[in-house]
Design a protein around this ligand. Structure first.
Ligand SMILES: C[S@@+](CC[C@H](N)C(=O)[O-])C[C@H]1O[C@@H](n2cnc3c(N)ncnc32)[C@H](O)[C@@H]1O
Length: 315
């Protein structure tokens, strides 16, 4: 029965319309994604139970983010620049797939590749068998890396203030929230769309008491750097900022970080400064630290992967 007004639907009409949309979905996987999207945007009952474990909370956040982002988790409002030098200089656009490691673990990536949703290799010479594997790049910390940073690398952070420079989807912030007792966790992100995405998650999961998002260029906020105990920098500038700007931001960080601040960097500072001519003498700025708890439970990373993350104390 029609409601009488031409543009208004009765409940049965809306239900029929919804069923029509579902029938037209081109992929059965999209039905679950659609329900997640509805829950994420329209329902308020997705709040977590008190008893959920840290891993379950991170899994749930990742599922929410997957349902509201494109597969590559790159937004139209950002410009990603392929580095022309350094370890990632093989990331030219046509040979690179962006797969966010917080959203998709290795098993999920394998499934997506098997289903043909993510290519594994590309043809270098059309029509021939001359192919090369594509380079996979993540712009977020994986869940394994988060566990490693907060349970093995860093000391307990009870009462400390943690800053993630370039917080993007917020992976490091959620990791700090569930794996540490840091009293305050700050994410500074230059892209307004990513700030909004993080704010939605923080509200949904009731993290407002501990996590704050600030939309800013970190180079303009010495006040934030000076107010924190730990600074996390996961390949924050390489794909997003021109090399000259990177140099000036590193010089700003060198001048601003106060003695005693802990820095967690991916890649190690030694690697970044081997191809960026900053003039900073690392041994005069920071001292590398050993893992606080090398035997922490649940760490699955290989020794080789651990070498990609380092932490330091500002002298
Ligand atoms: C590789 S992502 C890091 C993501 C996140 N920290 C993590 O580990 O999961 C780098 C982010 O830094 C942001 N960014 C780049 N330069 C910045 C700057 N000068 N100030 C604030 N954010 C910046 C980019 O927009 C991007 O989202």
């Amino acid at each position: 029965m029609s409601s009488g007004s031409s543009d208004k639907l009765t409940l049965p009409e809306a239900q029929e319309g919804f069923l029509n949309i579902v029938r037209k979905l081109n992929d059965s996987d999209n039905f679950k994604q659609l329900l997640n999207w509805i829950q994420w945007n329209w329902l308020n009952d997705g709040k977590l139970k008190e008893s959920d474990t840290s891993e379950e909370i991170l899994d749930s956040i990742a599922a929410d983010l997957r349902s509201s982002l494109p597969l590559e988790a790159v937004l139209p409002s950002e410009i990603i620049r392929a580095p022309t030098f350094g370890k990632n200089s093989d990331c030219e656009q046509q040979h690179t797939v962006h797969v966010d490691a917080f959203l998709y673990d290795d098993e999920m990536v394998d499934v997506l590749c098997d289903e043909g949703k993510i290519p594994r290799s590309c043809c270098l010479q059309c029509g021939s068998l001359n192919t090369r594997p594509l380079t996979f790049i993540s712009h977020s910390l994986s869940r394994e890396r988060l566990l490693f940073i907060f349970k093995s690398m860093l000391p307990p952070l009870d009462g400390k203030v943690v800053l993630d420079v370039g917080s993007r989807l917020g992976a490091a912030l959620y990791g700090a929230c569930v794996y540490s007792k840091a009293s305050k966790i700050v994410g500074v992100e230059i892209n307004a769309d990513f700030c909004n995405i993080q704010k939605k998650i923080i509200e949904k999961y009731n993290f407002q008491d501990r996590i704050e998002i600030i939309e800013a260029n970190i180079a303009h906020r010495p006040d934030i750097i000076l107010a924190v105990d730990v600074v996390i920098m996961n390949n924050v500038f390489e794909f997003f900022v021109e090399p000259e700007q990177q140099i000036s931001i590193w010089k700003f960080l060198r001048q601003t970080t106060k003695s005693g601040t802990l820095l967690v960097t991916v890649p190690p500072l030694e690697e970044t400064f081997s191809y960026l001519q900053t003039g900073i003498v690392l041994s005069e700025w920071v001292q590398e630290l050993p893992l606080y708890n090398p035997d922490a439970a649940g760490i699955t990373m290989s020794a080789e992967e651990m070498q990609e993350l380092k932490h330091y104390r500002v002298i």
